[in-house]
Design a protein around this ligand. Sequence first.
Ligand SMILES: NC(=O)c1ccc[n+]([C@@H]2O[C@H](COP(=O)([O-])OP(=O)(O)OC[C@H]3O[C@@H](n4cnc5c(N)ncnc54)[C@H](O)[C@@H]3O)[C@@H](O)[C@H]2O)c1
Length: 380
Amino acid sequence: VTDRTASDVTLRVHVAGAGLIGTSVGLALRGRADVVLTDVDEHHLATAVGRGAGRAWDGSTTADVFVACVPPQLVPGVISAAMDSRLAAVFTHVASSQSRVQLQVESQVPDASAVCGGHPLAGRERSGPGAASARLFHDRPWVVCPGTSTSVRARDAVRRLAAECGAVVIEATPHDHDAAVALVSHLPQLAASAVAAQLLNGAATALDPLQVAGPGVQDTTRIAASDPRLWVDVLRSNAAHVVPLVRALSDDLRDAADALEALADADAGRRHADAEQVEAATERLEGLLARGVAGRARLPLKRAGARDVHVVLVSVPDRPGQLAGVLAAAAAAGVNVEDVRVEHLPGRPRGLVELLVAEAEVRRAREALASSGWDVVDAS
Ligand SMILES: NC(=O)c1ccc[n+]([C@@H]2O[C@H](COP(=O)([O-])OP(=O)(O)OC[C@H]3O[C@@H](n4cnc5c(N)ncnc54)[C@H](O)[C@@H]3O)[C@@H](O)[C@H]2O)c1
């Protein structure tokens, strides 16, 4: 066999960096590839090996693909050292922004044709091997980003690696990738962090706002729990694409504040209530919210045709096994649950399970759950 990446040959993969992404790569490839792992943190390495993500590298074997799953600023050094030691035929990384890393790698390595970047658009707000999952990349996009010198062989090997991990392979230039993730990943991260940072301002009244916090603030700030150090690195390496988006967002927010101020002043009688100004302010506010509705509607849902999903709400006591019970009852009735969310009610020993099911299945789901004794909430 001359081409070791031919699809009938077991891929040999060297994962450097057994953190969230590296360990998830190893777990996803379990039984599909021969994986060795390295990490500067012995504890991470032992955890990843213990979870079955691969073997600790013995210092001698070579691989078909070397995957640098380390923070972006370390990628060039790690890949160039691995190439110097001839650890693999093809070298890739998973950095959240691609252009800068690709250019740095190309300027450091002796053979840039063996390097092809890639980015799995899957992750978590937690890091380390403990947070890894075999299904992290399942059906998620993995953008393969060949540089101008990347060989077809290197590109194909990275495409295969991503596909073996269960991801949907998309190819793009590093530049186009970075422009896209600036909008769908980097801007949302900053926006979520900025909203969550406001929660530190505490209560100015007798009511602690956190007591009435619901799914809105939970959903909007979920990714704000991410590792700040990793994100500074990510944002910095894609700053050129992120800056204009952040400015556009702040312009929108400033406009919204001005419009609200005008409305509040008019309502409080502080300013002569000029009907035209009030109307203009209302329109500006409504315009932003309407653009939000339109933008949100452009986001792809889990799968085509799933736009008609409806929510079935079930109130459950805060006890182990409740979610499994609800899902089992839905499955027994042949109801296909598209998605599931759990809302914990602050200060109450109950939670709300939201099952997202197709419109046509709502009645059957409600009836089946109620007849098996579940407390189905009337959401009408
Ligand atoms: N976290 C996400 O959601 C996400 C998603 C897609 C891509 N990425 C990218 O994946 C990469 C890793 O991120 P992560 O979330 O897995 O981080 P992580 O902190 O969970 O893992 C990084 C690992 O690299 C190890 N490491 C550091 N220096 C090393 C070196 N010189 N040699 C070997 N190992 C070394 C660390 O000990 C750690 O185990 C980054 O490039 C990031 O941009 C992250």
